[in-house]
Design a protein around this ligand. Structure first.
Ligand SMILES: Nc1ncnc2c1ncn2[C@@H]1O[C@H](COP(=O)(O)OP(=O)(O)OP(=O)(O)O)[C@@H](O)[C@H]1O
Ligand SMILES: [Mg+2]
Length: 250
């Protein structure tokens, strides 16, 4: 279980995160959902260990991680822009993070991730020769081969569209379930959060507006902000959501 208690952060004179409390169960997919500037990336970076909170604690499976540096937490992230190395081919990108600890992951295990993400035909290609969806899968493989205890993804779908988006979405879900990997995904798209995750943490100006399963949030929005932000968008995309939840009284 990942537990955040009383996490606070400010930049300059602005409070960016205010008393965030949340507990995420092992193997759960959780979306961090909120408008631009609400503090999603800041919270993700605090969990990763890239940003230091002003106050609060982070524990993972009962171990206090708050003052552990990023490398010692055993978490890993797929950045929004993928951050792949353009001069290396797909395979060399995938194994890049293992260059100093190759003994801990066998060739066979690396092969399994590559197979799972169907990347075999693309291993020799340069990054510039890959499509958006293929780049995203390489970025995902590069993170998975490090065998993180916690997988963090910052807006993994925002650069993708249509069919590719759906296929990466399914891929992320099956990775999380297959490897029983606790997964936290940042998004500003309510539809994405509702269809991808087991639970959604809705952030409103640095505070938790609601934390719950998609069904709860749709049927029992916690406050007016959630209603506005989620429900209105669902009415816009009415048909899609009705198909998913089989309900007509949204
Ligand atoms: N390094 C920084 N220095 C100063 N202010 C920052 C810094 N990082 C973030 N902020 C501010 O903190 C607030 C939250 O930023 P954050 O990047 O966490 O938002 P976000 O929810 O991820 O937004 P977006 O959806 O646009 O990515 C913003 O007002 C931003 O300007
Ligand atoms: Mg962000």
């Amino acid at each position: 279980m990942l537990r955040l208690q009383h996490i606070g952060k400010h930049y300059d004179n602005k409070v960016v995160l205010d008393d965030i409390n949340v507990a995420i169960e092992s193997g759960e997919i959780v979306s961090l959902l909120g408008p631009s500037g609400s503090g999603k990336t800041t919270l993700l970076n605090i969990i990763l260990g890239l940003t230091k909170p002003d106050r609060g604690t982070i524990t993972f499976n009962g171990v206090d991680m708050t003052s552990l540096p990023m490398k010692k937490r055993g978490f890993n992230i797929v950045f929004q822009d993928y951050a792949l190395f353009p001069n290396l081919n797909a395979y060399d990108n995938i194994v890049y993070g293992l260059r100093n600890k190759k003994e801990s992951v066998s060739e066979q295990e690396i092969g399994e991730y590559i197979e799972f993400l169907e990347l075999q035909p693309h291993l020799k290609k340069r990054i510039s020769e890959l499509s958006g969806g293929q780049k995203q899968r390489v970025a995902l493989a590069r993170t998975l081969v490090t065998k993180p205890q916690l997988l963090l993804l910052d807006e993994p779908l925002s650069a993708l569209d249509g069919v590719i988006k759906e296929s990466i979405k399914k891929r992320i879900q099956s990775v999380a379930k297959q490897f029983k990997l606790t997964t936290i995904i940042v998004t500003h798209d309510p539809e994405e959060a509702l269809t991808l995750s087991d639970k959604i943490l809705i952030i409103q100006q640095g505070s938790v507006a609601q934390f719950g399963a998609p069904q709860d949030i749709i049927h029992r929005p916690g406050n007016d902000f959630v209603k506005q932000f989620i429900i209105q968008q669902l009415h816009i995309k009415r048909q899609n959501i009705y198909n998913l939840f089989g309900e007509t009284h949204v």
